[in-house]
Design a binder for this molecule. Structure first.
Ligand SMILES: [Fe+2]
Ligand SMILES: [Fe+2]
Length: 149
């Protein structure tokens, strides 16, 4: 039997819970997407990119975990379903897709930061401001890589 969650001190809206679950789904998507790009892409040109993809994939998995933990604490049930994974076939196609995914993450996380602030959920607000910094860094990395492809 699943453990019954004791209602937490911090109460948040379903809007915020849904946004957090959307974030979990997207983190799962990019964790798998970047890892499979890392696995599938070989060749000399892709060599530097490969290691970058691997380390960002691991960072995204950590995001999925920490967001899911926060969602569960707030009384939600973290999804196990990633949003559609778009691996791509050429290196350029892969990195261009990743730039878009990081842009989507930045847009969503700014919304979550704002929503958490409105609901006086200081922890979620702070958590997403920290994750946002990393997503901006990923966006910068992929944008820079794309320029060289
Ligand atoms: Fe992430
Ligand atoms: Fe990211």
């Amino acid at each position: 039997m699943a453990a019954q969650k004791i209602s937490s001190v911090t109460k948040v809206s379903n809007t915020l819970l849904d946004q957090l679950n959307d974030a979990v789904a997207r983190e799962l998507q990019v964790a798998i997407q970047y890892m499979w790009q890392h696995v599938q892409w070989g060749g000399v040109r892709g060599f530097a990119v490969q290691n970058e993809l691997r380390s960002i994939a691991i960072a995204e998995m950590k995001h999925a975990e920490i967001i899911a933990e926060r969602l569960y604490y707030l009384g939600g049930t973290p999804t196990t379903k990633p949003t559609p994974i778009l691996v791509g076939t050429t290196l350029k196609e892969m990195i261009a897709q990743n730039v878009k995914d990081e842009e989507n993450a930045i847009v969503l996380y700014k919304k979550i930061v704002e929503q958490a602030r409105k609901e006086n959920d200081e922890t979620t607000n702070r958590l997403f401001r920290e994750i946002l910094l990393q997503e901006e860094d990923h966006h910068d990395t992929f944008t820079t890589l794309l320029e060289d492809l």
